[in-house]
Design a protein around this ligand. Structure first.
Ligand SMILES: [Zn+2]
Length: 117
């Protein structure tokens, strides 16, 4: 049974939770995940993770993104859980900067299927 624990202060949408529990966690083979809230008002970073603790932290800036961008940024962190490091991935880039992060976008598309984004 997969375990997903979300800090209530995030006010995460039900569909974002379902994306994590039913799509992303199975895709990455992650059995336990905790999503915590940071009060940081910075625009960058807006999300980060502690892979050993199976923990992701999000901020208001993350919340301000549209649904696909929010989920792409979660995917970016879950890739770190798998030991991925930033850098070129073929013609794509796994970048710490969301606007350059074409690799996480591709993986997000792989998870949700073509045509969504
Ligand atoms: Zn990163």
């Amino acid at each position: 049974m997969r375990k997903l624990k979300i800090d209530k202060r995030i006010g995460m949408t039900k569909t974002d939770m379902e994306f994590l529990l039913k799509r992303a966690m199975p895709f990455f083979g992650v059995e336990e995940l905790k999503v915590d809230w940071s009060k940081s008002k910075e625009t960058y970073p807006d999300i980060w993770c502690f892979p050993a603790q199976r923990r992701i932290v999000v901020t208001q800036e993350w919340k301000n993104q549209n649904v696909n961008e929010r989920r792409k940024r979660l995917v970016h962190e879950l890739l770190h859980f798998k030991g991925m490091e930033h850098g070129k991935k073929g013609h794509l880039e796994y970048s710490t900067f969301p606007w350059k992060d074409t690799y996480s976008k591709k993986v997000y598309r792989d998870i949700v299927g073509a045509g969504i984004w």
